[in-house]
Design a protein around this ligand. Structure first.
Ligand code: C2O
Ligand code: CU
Length: 549
């Protein structure tokens, strides 16, 4: 089995991915960062040196379960202390399943600053073959891009009056987008706003194809906020993989993708090869004000940067939730790879998603508790029995009388760092229940992501969950396993998973500002079975006494 060493320097650099020059957090100068390639069963070793002058960092390996290495999950406040400026930290883990995964910063709003990339795990030489064939393997990573810095964003989000980050300025396809520079005011005398429409750095990404060949396109989204649709003009896509799991193939013209999701689609270059076609991505779920993201589907031997003769295709209507829900429901496990879920669960956790105020600050809550990460990471505190580090008793909450269709009379919540302690090797159902926000007539889409586990997606509904009737509608036959799933406006999403991975794990909304505003829970299972913790994850909060007794 292989071992892959990577040396990363995390540093600020000026970047103009959408023609507008701003500081980005890069890996070795690049944003998106380098793709990590490995085969199933290989070990990946990333030694990260933090050369951000005044900022901590931590990197999460999104979709990698970290079996036996929960301390390498990269979640600041949960599995490790942050990596301080000047320090190096080594992440080491096994990629135990083939598929398409991601990595990104997991500290503050550093994802929005550009620290993100792909992890692509191939089937090993004598491994179980994938249930589909293709000629070439290509990948596309999607990002929304903001011109405000993470400092401006995080300050606005945690101020009174509250300042929302707003819609992104552009959408990036493989790190390239296009902001309309003429929208800027006349360049200021200090040259603080530099936007150059003609530099190659922001020319559209071009994917070259040969007529007649079939491409596996791995598509991942690490947007800070936006849910997207993705289309290739004139071409059908066959969805074959979702979050590292094989999908019973189905065709689509628009692929909906939320932050934290990955898909593989098969595309055959079967159109008129004398021209190029648009690859487009659009904001959905929120009323867009961001221009369509563009790339070129280039038929060899046309020039890769020759614009298609047509106007870019627009995606579906942003508020067509029904078709998003239809795609979610169409995603089933491939019939040769079905792993049926346990028929019943040992515990059901209902999580009511609400937008709240705490002491006048805007927050997001689950069951009226908004997550604040403790200074002592949970993994270390629970393993060492520092039981005073945080609240051991998350609230139970009865949604029976909660009216999800309107703004509640009392929008106040409380903050909490409570942890859900769940018995090891049990089956847990989570019902995510959406509700109206603090704005009348509004409910948002939230992509929920679980660390350390895949879960079966048992079902979706578009109203208030009914404890008696709705479980009868669960798909227990061929549900897809995923690590990120959408919760649609005013609806519910039901998940099932096994607590079979000893550690402490976070489950949160993958919209970065929502998580920043408290939208997550932390759960523990089997922490006593976790091996000796490396001291490299320590150094903050109460863990100081472990390394300096
Ligand atoms: Cu990709 Cu905790 O997230
Ligand atoms: Cu959210």
């Amino acid at each position: 089995l292989g071992i892959h060493f990577h040396k990363w320097e995390v540093k600020y650099a000026y970047k103009s991915p959408d023609c507008f020059k701003k500081l980005a957090i890069t890996i070795n100068g690049d944003s998106p960062g380098p793709t990590i390639y490995a085969a199933q069963g290989d070990r990946v070793v990333v030694t990260l040196t933090n050369t951000l002058p005044t900022e901590n960092v931590a990197v999460h390996w999104h979709g990698i379960r970290q079996i036996g290495t929960p301390w390498s999950d990269g979640t600041e406040g949960v599995t490790q202390c942050p990596i301080m400026p000047g320090d190096s930290f080594t992440y080491e883990f096994v990629v135990d399943r083939a598929g398409t995964y991601l990595y990104h910063a997991h500290y503050g709003l550093q994802l929005s600053a550009g620290l993100y990339g792909f992890i692509i795990v191939s089937v090993p030489l004598h491994g179980v073959p994938e249930p589909f064939v293709y000629d070439k393997d290509r990948s596309i990573i999607l990002k929304d891009w903001y011109h405000a810095t993470t400092y401006e964003q995080s300050t606005s989000l945690s101020s009174i009056p509250f300042g929302w980050v707003g819609e992104p300025q552009s959408l990036l396809i493989n790190g390239r987008g296009r902001f309309n520079c003429s929208l800027l005011n006349a360049p200021s005398s200090d040259h603080s706003e530099i936007c150059e429409a003609k530099i190659p750095e922001c020319s559209p990404y071009s994917l070259t194809v040969v007529h007649g060949e079939t491409y596996r396109l791995r598509i991942g989204s690490l947007t800070s906020l936006s849910a997207l649709s993705f289309q290739i003009e004139g071409h059908n896509m066959t969805v074959v993989e979702a979050d590292g799991n094989y999908v019973e193939p189905f065709q689509t013209k628009n692929l909906y993708i939320n932050s934290g999701e990955t898909y593989s689609v098969l595309v055959t270059a079967d159109q008129d090869p004398s021209r190029n076609y648009w690859i487009t991505t659009n904001v959905v779920s929120r009323e867009p004000s961001t221009p369509t993201g563009l790339a070129i589907f280039n038929y060899y031997p046309n020039h890769p940067h020759k614009y298609p003769p047509t106007a870019p295709t627009t995606g579906p209507l942003w508020n067509d939730t029904a078709s998003q829900l239809a795609q979610s429901r169409a995603i089933r496990a491939h019939h040769d790879f079905v792993q049926p879920p346990p028929p019943r669960s040992d515990r059901v956790i209902v999580l009511l998603n609400t937008q709240n105020l705490i002491d006048g600050y805007n927050r997001w809550s689950l069951n009226n508790r908004s997550l604040t990460l403790p200074h002592t990471p949970y993994l270390i505190a629970l393993k060492q029995n520092f039981t005073d580090a945080f609240d051991q008793n998350p609230p139970s909450y009865d949604i029976a009388n909660y009216d999800i269709s309107k703004v509640p009379d009392n929008v106040n919540a409380t903050s909490s760092n409570a942890v859900y302690r769940i018995s090891f090797n049990t089956t847990v159902d989570i019902i995510l229940q959406n509700a109206n926000t603090m704005t009348p007539g509004s409910s948002e889409t939230h992509p929920w992501h679980m660390h350390g586990h895949d879960f079966w997606v048992l079902g979706y509904g578009s109203n208030k969950f009914d404890m008696v009737k709705d479980p009868a509608t669960y798909n227990l036959v061929d549900p897809i396993l995923k690590n990120t799933v959408a919760l649609y406006p005013y609806g519910w999403t039901a998940l099932r998973f096994r607590t079979d991975n000893p550690g402490v794990w976070i489950f949160h909304c993958h919209i970065e500002p929502h998580f920043f505003m408290g939208m997550g829970i932390v759960f523990e299972a089997g922490v006593e079975m976790v091996g000796t913790l490396p001291t490299s994850i320590m150094g903050c909060g109460e863990t100081k006494r472990l390394i300096n007794p």
